[in-house]
Design a protein around this ligand. Structure first.
Ligand code: ADP
Ligand code: ZN
Length: 243
């Protein structure tokens, strides 16, 4: 368990001034961002676009957990039931992962946290962890996408049960409804992408993760972006970070 009571004020509450001060070294230019936003808000897409720009790394706790489940590691075994139920994995497991991950060498060229932190305790412990590592965050970018847009995005995806091909009923439909263009297999909506399952994930988000916007506002780090397109989000972030 991390102790976050003894760390002195580490200046995170001061307003960001990254662009008013001369950039002295490489470290200052590197991206150090948290991406906040509901499932389907486009965090992963934006993270991938940003890493392509400056060589920073995308750190997705969801990806790390899925890999652990696939490999059947102890972590994967502990996380699987929570993930299958659409619930959050316990904070202790997540902090164990991130404590190690943020110490890895590739983080020196910058990092984008995608899907972490997801609860207030995670955010509080991350603050201590970063202070210990001497890392200062630039911003917590909050991708604000209306719930109906998110539901629409997540519910229009369709998958072929035979070959795994992905379709979208609006933007990339099959030629014949319900029939895979590639193999003729049945194209369906996945169990965890039904309106009901997605609605559950969004409820967990609203209850546990949405309060992080207030947390980072108080820290002077919140950057709200009303995400219209991923390109527009990336442009806004680059303006803010100088990347
Ligand atoms: P999505 O954003 O589509 O809901 P992710 O790929 O970010 O999914 O995460 C998948 C699952 O992994 C989550 O539903 C949750 O069970 C678990 N998970 C990922 N990151 C965290 C985290 N920071 N805290 C707790 N659970 C997490
Ligand atoms: Zn198919």
């Amino acid at each position: 368990m991390l102790n976050y009571c003894t760390v002195a004020d580490n200046n995170l509450s001061a307003p960001r001034q990254a662009f008013d001060v001369p950039r002295l070294n490489y470290e200052e230019k590197t991206m150090r961002l948290i991406l906040l936003g509901a499932p389907g808000a486009g965090k992963g897409t934006v993270a991938k676009m940003l890493t392509a720009i400056d060589g920073s790394v995308q750190i997705s706790t969801g990806d790390i957990l899925r890999a652990a489940v696939k490999e059947g590691t102890e972590l994967g075994k502990q996380a699987k039931a929570f993930m299958d139920a659409g619930d959050l994995v316990p904070d202790e497991l997540i902090m164990g992962i991130m404590k190690e991950r943020l110490k890895e060498d590739d983080c020196k060229s910058g990092f984008l946290l995608d899907g972490f932190p997801r609860t207030i305790p995670q955010a509080e412990q991350l603050k201590v962890l970063l202070a210990d590592l001497g890392i200062e965050l630039q911003a917590a970018v909050n991708l604000d996408v209306p719930r109906d847009v998110i539901l629409d995005r997540l519910t229009t995806r369709r998958t072929c049960v035979d070959c795994g091909a992905i379709y979208n009923v609006k933007s990339a439909p099959t030629k014949v409804e319900g029939v895979c263009d590639k193999c003729g297999g049945k194209v369906v909506q996945r169990d965890d992408e039904t309106e009901e399952a997605i609605s559950n994930r969004l409820d967990v988000y609203n209850e546990k993760t949405a309060p992080l916007a207030g947390f980072y506002r108080d820290e002077g780090l919140l950057m709200d972006v009303t995400a219209t397109s991923s390109e527009a989000v990336v442009a806004a972030i680059r303006e803010r970070t100088g990347a």
